[in-house]
Design a protein around this ligand. Structure first.
Ligand code: WT7
Length: 658
């Protein structure tokens, strides 16, 4: 084990610090004590249907009330709030209009060049209605899938809400994905329309988006796509193909600002969002209307202890689930003020985040550990230049946070007084599952602490038995919850097998396996260790090793590829690829850089390997299975320990070492 990672694990195991919420924070919090949290947990466990049913009635608007809270007669296919009709866009907008919230700021947006736009709830409602009518005018209706491939501009949130308003499920594809990856997602979901922009500003560069859409659609590669709606952002010249393409600023402003929200059944599909799994093909995670809405709404309220005057900022991109649940839907469903930023910290403006906090008086800030570690590395002198006294609460998401980064975040960014909530969840869970409640739960640096009320999380062995205190095992959830994914688009078999039948409990029990390893300490606190499947987490981005491998072998020089993660101080994990070359091909700097770019073209820049090692063959068992355990050890410079007797050709090891 490398000294870095062993130090990190040691320090987590020895972590004993506890930070209890201050009296001041707790006294104002909605859930202000561990006792109250425990009462909620008990209520949820003793009668889950009553618990969720009461909350659903109280927290959401219903056109028609539901008849049944949960139908779990055909697991793992859950049906929540059956018989009810509701609309997510109505819950995020319309219901705030007959109160003082009508003129409250719903969205503060800042572009990377510094342009600012704000929308009151009334204004956002009008924009969403216009966009919804524009979609209708190009033939989009209930049930039609609309793909979004957008920069972080207000139109991204507006388009999502417009889709939800007319019952057209959206499929947001992260703007950093390549045209190949976009095309694959458009085809899999059979998207009928694409909403994009000419480009976006990111790290002082222009990200060309329309060009990538054109490439993805070229030669009728995605025949289901009938129209493309293009927001003008960078004013780069792009080619418009008629009658397929429309400019947003020509089509949307002329629409009526009245568009009634479609009455959606609780289980109507709300969105599909692709994420990586352990095969080469990304999974289209399906979420449905009412359950997802309730989960994004409740979790946002609980973990951020949201108050009317808060200004809340989550630095994620709407292309990921964090952007869906905690930039757009959770905050707006609660009537909060949410901030959206197009840019990123960059050499020309390393203090971009802190400047934004100071400028917009942000009170709640939610970001990823990888960002915190990068800030830590460049030192406190940057954040120290800004007045961040408006902050009262900090959150992290996306990967395990090491205690050092947690402490730095709390001290340097939070001035030593803001509670830190480390929130564990996934695309599949719809919203946060394990997290401190800031007014109730004493925090331990590096632990996501306790499951939210109603979430029965556990750590088990491969036989499905609960392991002992501090013993590592698989992180599972024993009971269905409203925000759970409903299926994988077009592949319910894969849904059942990869999440619900991965482990084979002896007692015939059935539960959701998240793909993560974890342990529970003597206080029942969860310490999430990371993925235990063939998925790596690079700077909070989830990547399937098989996806990167497929990209590599699609290059003519590559015969075989095996991709593993290596612990990395900044990114959590770095991508290391071992490739064997076609005969006659020689490894060279040039080839390696070609291969990296090739992966960038196939998937996107986030998937480019940090290191590529070429050789004539890969270590395999006699039955031809690549021995990843060995490659992981080699990648991180560790001793290859354990049994290597099944290795077919031992000399491969020496060649790979050199
Ligand atoms: C995977 C899910 C959840 C939104 C962002 C990522 C890892 C996420 C934590 C955390 C330790 C975490 C897990 C999980 N993860 N949050 N607080 N502590 N690990 O969503 O792309 O679906 O990835 O991210 O490994 O399975 P995602």
């Amino acid at each position: 084990m490398s000294s870095n990672s062993s130090n990190a694990i040691e320090s987590v195991l020895q972590e004993q610090r506890i930070f209890s919420p201050s009296k001041e924070f707790s006294s104002k919090a909605k859930i202000g004590s561990l006792g109250l949290y425990q009462t909620m947990v008990d209520e949820a466990n003793s009668d889950p249907e009553k618990f969720w049913g009461d909350l659903a009635k109280k927290e959401l608007h219903w056109f028609k009330p539901f008849q049944k809270v949960l139908d779990w007669s055909n697991p793992p296919f859950a049906r929540w709030f059956e018989g009810g009709t509701t609309n997510l866009s109505f819950n995020c907008l319309d219901r705030h209009l007959d109160s003082e919230r009508e003129n409250k700021t719903a969205l503060i947006w800042e572009g990377e060049p510094g342009d600012v736009r704000t929308f009151s709830y009334r204004e956002l409602h009008s924009e969403v209605c216009r966009a919804a009518n524009a979609l209708k005018s190009i033939g989009i209706g209930k049930g039609d899938l609309v793909a979004l491939y957008m920069p972080m501009i207000p139109e991204a949130a507006i388009a999502m809400l417009a889709c939800a308003r007319i019952g057209a499920p959206h499929s947001v594809v992260f703007g950093g994905f390549s045209s190949e990856a976009l095309g694959e997602r458009l085809r899999d979901g059979e998207a009928k329309a694409v909403i994009t922009a000419d480009g976006g500003f990111r790290k002082d560069k222009i990200v060309p988006l329309k060009v990538a859409v054109d490439e993805a659609l070229a030669m009728n590669a995605c025949p289901s796509v009938e129209s493309v709606l293009v927001v003008r952002r960078t004013k780069e010249s792009v080619s418009m193909q008629l009658p397929r393409d429309h400019w947003w600023d020509e089509l949307v402003p002329k629409q009526s600002e009245d568009c009634e929200a479609e009455q959606m059944d609780s289980e109507d599909r709300l969105f599909v969002l692709y994420t990586s799994g352990s095969t080469g093909k990304p999974k289209g995670v399906v979420h449905t209307t009412a359950g997802y809405n309730l989960w994004a709404h409740l979790t946002f309220q609980w973990i951020f202890d949201i108050r009317e005057e808060d200004v809340y900022w989550c630095t994620a991109d709407v292309g990921w689930i964090t952007g869906h649940s905690y930039i757009v839907y959770g905050p707006l469903s609660n009537g909060a003020t949410t901030v959206m930023y197009e840019g990123a910290p960059r050499p020309s403006n390393p203090g971009a985040f802190w400047e934004l906090i100071q400028k917009h008086q942000i009170s709640i800030f939610y970001t990823a550990p990888t960002a915190i570690r990068a800030f830590m590395k460049s030192g406190r002198s940057v954040p120290d230049k800004f007045d961040m006294s408006s902050l009262r609460l900090l959150g992290t998401v996306g990967e395990p946070i090491n205690p050092e980064a947690w402490m730095w975040y709390r001290d340097v960014i939070g001035g030593g007084t803001c509670p830190v909530v480390d929130t564990w969840w996934q695309t599949e869970t719809g919203g946060v599952m394990i997290s401190p409640l800031p007014g109730a739960t004493p925090a331990k640096p590096g632990s996501a602490t306790l499951p939210l009320p109603g979430i029965q999380a556990d750590v088990v062995n491969s036989e499905g038995e609960t392991v002992s205190v501090n013993e590592g095992g698989y992180l599972v959830v024993r009971k269905p919850w409203p925000g759970m994914m409903r299926t994988i688009h077009g592949d319910s078999k894969r849904f059942r097998e990869s999440y619900w039948e991965y482990l084979q409990p002896k007692d015939g029990n059935f539960f959701y396996f998240a793909g993560d390893g974890a342990r529970q300490d003597s206080d029942g606190y969860f310490w999430v260790m990371g993925r235990v499947d063939d998925v790596i987490n690079v700077a909070g981005h989830r990547l399937g090793t098989m996806e990167v491998e497929s990209a590599l072998v699609s290059h003519p020089a590559v015969s075989e590829a095996a991709v593993v993660g290596r612990p990395d101080d900044l990114k959590g994990e770095a991508i290391v690829a071992f490739v064997s070359l076609e005969s006659g091909r020689e490894s060279s700097e040039e080839l390696i850089s070609q291969l990296r770019n090739h992966v960038g073209n196939e998937i996107g820049a986030i998937a480019k390997p940090d290191e590529i090692r070429c050789s004539d063959s890969l270590p395999k068992t006699r039955s031809g299975k690549i021995m990843r355990r060995i490659l992981r050890a080699l990648a991180s410079g560790q001793e290859v320990i354990g049994d290597t007797s099944t290795l077919e050709d031992r000399s491969v090891l020496d060649r790979l070492r050199s």
